[in-house]
Design a protein around this ligand. Structure first.
Ligand code: B16
Ligand code: MG
Length: 214
């Protein structure tokens, strides 16, 4: 029996990927690199520093650790500016209702986002009260595809990993969920998510009555 549902943030609850994309694109352009939506897929779910390394590798650019830190900070400042415009209406259709439904079904609910900015985004969306616990990028050592973030979420909920289902839009996240011994609902395109137990186009397309069939 499934006892807990763990939601990724970016791409599952809200499209912050768009804000990450425009911030990385702005940074990439300073190095003469044209970032495309296909490149952006590689940045989803992975840490800020790993994302920067991927962007720099597109231009074969090698920098020192301190230079990379400065660039990651610069991108993050732009990202923080962009997300301040996030409004509650930006939550994906049906997701707030789904979170409420989880509560009604006595399921525990967690957020597990690699983003260090996740608490601010959740606050701007006005749904913090619908989560039993939130785990973000500041609380972990190894980011997705490592299972650490999901295992920590399960631990904080007091639920064993095999009784958790993860909603994920990124390949790295699907790999992390399965490595944690959890079931995974992939949100988005089958191209990136084929390892998930089931794939839906958008989060609310999944019917919570089917949780135990995964
Ligand atoms: P930050 P998620 C992830 O969020 C994003 O998908 C990924 O693109 C980003 O690099 C990562 O958070 C770190 O974000 O720079 O804000 O700490 O999908 O795990 O909710
Ligand atoms: Mg995501």
């Amino acid at each position: 029996m499934i006892e807990a549902v763990i939601f990724d943030l970016d791409g599952v609850i809200v499209d912050t990927a768009h804000y990450h994309y425009i911030a990385w694109k702005r940074l990439a352009s300073e190095f003469g690199i044209t970032l495309t939506p296909a490149h952006n897929e590689l940045l989803k779910g992975v840490s800020r520093m790993r994302s920067l390394e991927i962007v720099l590798s597109l231009g074969n650019i090698q920098l020192s650790d301190s230079e990379k830190e400065a660039l990651a900070d610069k991108k993050n400042k732009w990202f923080i500016e962009y997300i301040e415009s996030v409004r509650p209406e930006e939550i994906f259709p049906g997701v707030k209702e789904m979170l409420v439904d989880c509560r009604k079904k006595n399921l525990k609910v967690a957020l597990a986002s690699s983003s260090k900015n996740a608490p601010r985004v959740i606050e701007l969306l006005g749904v913090a009260n619908l989560f039993d616990t939130m785990v973000d990028g500041t609380m972990i050592t190894h980011t997705k595809p490592d299972p650490e973030i999901f295992l920590l979420a399960a631990k904080r909920l007091g639920v064993s990993p095999d009784k958790c289902v993860v909603f994920e839009d990124a390949e790295a996240g699907v790999v992390a969920a399965l490595a944690a011994g959890m079931k995974c609902v992939g949100v988005g395109s089958p191209d990136q998510l084929r390892r998930a137990n089931v794939i839906v186009k958008q989060t609310s397309d999944f019917n919570l009555s089917n949780l135990d069939k995964l």
